[in-house]
Design a binder for this molecule. Structure first.
Ligand SMILES: Cc1cc2nc3c(=O)[nH]c(=O)nc-3n(C[C@H](O)[C@H](O)[C@H](O)COP(=O)(O)O)c2cc1C
Length: 192
């Protein structure tokens, strides 16, 4: 791989024992194995106020600026997204809303346009968070992200992981490797 793809990975959950954070770690490891440089971010470490345009008028909150900067430094996004009420979680949508806002001397949607994303989800439910991914895919596509058609949803997440954090189902692990490898490869091809 001539170009080393730089991928930012985060989950749409801040929960300490989040299944999506576990899944994300596996996907990040697979992307690294495929030759990418991966930064894992916990949205809990960059708490953001609930988006409010009056607040924005006072200036971008420092953590929103930090999140924008880290996104600008990467070409790809690896996102593991819990499903809340059949949709995207508030914490993920809030992060997208803040980082999608224009600021002087920055092209519109600079954190998103032309970025490549791969999506995963995990849920204790039978669908593995699949319905939430429909909305995440739509939102990202509408702000200029190239979202890979493949995705991985892990159902019955409370039973899916070993105590070491690996997946019990080797077929799902293989799908994660394919997805993460595809993300690294797509970024490298686009940047070649
Ligand atoms: C407000 C709320 C709504 C939820 N709605 C759904 C849902 O629509 N579908 C689903 O599969 N799980 C739903 N769940 C359960 C989550 O999948 C579960 O809490 C999961 O552990 C969240 O992901 P995390 O472990 O990465 O934090 C919901 C949980 C909460 C707190």
């Amino acid at each position: 791989m001539a170009v080393t793809p730089r991928i930012l990975a985060f989950a749409g959950s801040t929960r300490t024992d989040s299944y999506n954070k576990k899944l994300l770690r596996l996907a990040a490891a697979a992307a690294r194995a495929a030759g990418a440089e991966v930064t894992i971010l916990d949205l809990r470490d960059l708490p953001l106020p609930l988006f409010d345009q009056d607040l924005e008028a006072q200036g971008l909150p420092p953590n929103a600026r930090k999140l924008k900067d880290v996104m600008l430094a990467h070409q790809g996004l690896l996102l593991s997204c819990p499903e809340y009420n059949s949709s995207i979680t508030a914490v993920l949508k809030n992060a997208i809303d803040w980082t999608s806002r224009p600021v002087p001397n920055e092209p519109p949607l600079a954190c998103f346009t032309g970025k490549v994303a791969a999506l995963l989800s995990a849920s204790p439910g039978a669908l593995g968070g699949l319905r939430g991914l429909v909305h995440v895919r739509s939102i990202l596509g509408n702000i200029g992200v190239i979202v890979l058609p493949e995705q991985v949803a892990v159902p019955k997440a409370q039973e899916a992981f070993t105590p070491e954090g690996t997946l019990k189902d080797t077929a799902t692990q293989a799908k994660i490797q394919k997805l993460a490898g595809g993300l690294a490869e797509t970024i490298a091809k686009l940047r070649a």
